[in-house]
Design a binder for this molecule. Structure first.
Ligand code: S3P
Length: 200
């Protein structure tokens, strides 16, 4: 009930702002894919978009954790990052064949070129960004992310990842200072053909 009301509120607010019906032209028959660095809100924004669009939501980290029966931190600790990346690769191949999903990817999912190609082939790819200081503030008490060890390494990874996200994405949305609901609405405007933020 609550979820339903929340979803309605989101849609109504979007339609009030745009004065139109939801057409979501740009993702018709495609997946809507969220990529970006840790802490940019891919999971929360993706869940909202899936509710509003009435699509199935796939969070790649959650699928991996469920399949392995372990948290992401445990997988990294017990089997290493290489094993985790192989599990991501298996999922990318599965997702290539699917349609009409909303997909939130783990921050490193698109490091593999085949994974990126699979996502772009079947989907409209949105890069969620945020200023480094914003991400550090959001994640300051987080102990679930094995690659968030200290601020220096985090900053270096942040810088090295940006070109990768840019390459795979169709559009970019800055989440700094915004609530997940606002980011989701911004993405709605883009997929409905009323937004800018094009990359390529
Ligand atoms: C990773 C990001 C994490 C998770 C794993 C590795 C990365 O996902 O997949 O810890 O390489 O950036 P989030 O982006 O959801 O934090």
């Amino acid at each position: 009930m609550f979820v339903c009301l929340f979803r309605m509120a989101g849609l109504l607010s979007y339609q009030r702002k745009t004065g139109g019906l939801l057409k979501v032209k740009r993702i018709s028959g495609k997946n809507l894919v969220l990529v970006g660095f840790m802490g940019t809100g891919k999971t929360e924004v993706g869940r909202l978009l899936a509710q509003w669009l009435n699509r199935r939501f796939v969070d790649t980290d959650q699928v991996i954790a469920q399949r392995e029966g372990k948290t992401i931190a445990e997988i990294f600790q017990e089997r290493g990052e290489k094993h985790f990346r192989q599990l991501e690769k298996v999922q990318a191949e599965e997702l290539r064949e699917q349609q009409n999903l909303v997909i939130a990817t783990g921050g490193g999912f698109v490091l593999d070129e085949d994974n990126s190609a699979a996502l772009r082939q079947s989907g409209f790819v949105v890069w969620l960004t945020a200023e480094l200081a914003v991400l550090l503030e959001r994640l300051k008490d987080d102990d679930a992310r094995p690659l968030f060890k200290n601020e220096k390494d985090f900053a270096a990874l942040f810088l090295s990842r940006s070109p990768v996200y840019r390459r795979v994405s169709h559009v970019q949305v800055d989440t700094s200072g915004k609530l997940p609901k606002d980011v989701a609405e911004e993405i709605f405007r883009i997929i409905d053909g009323n937004g800018a933020n094009e990359i390529g």
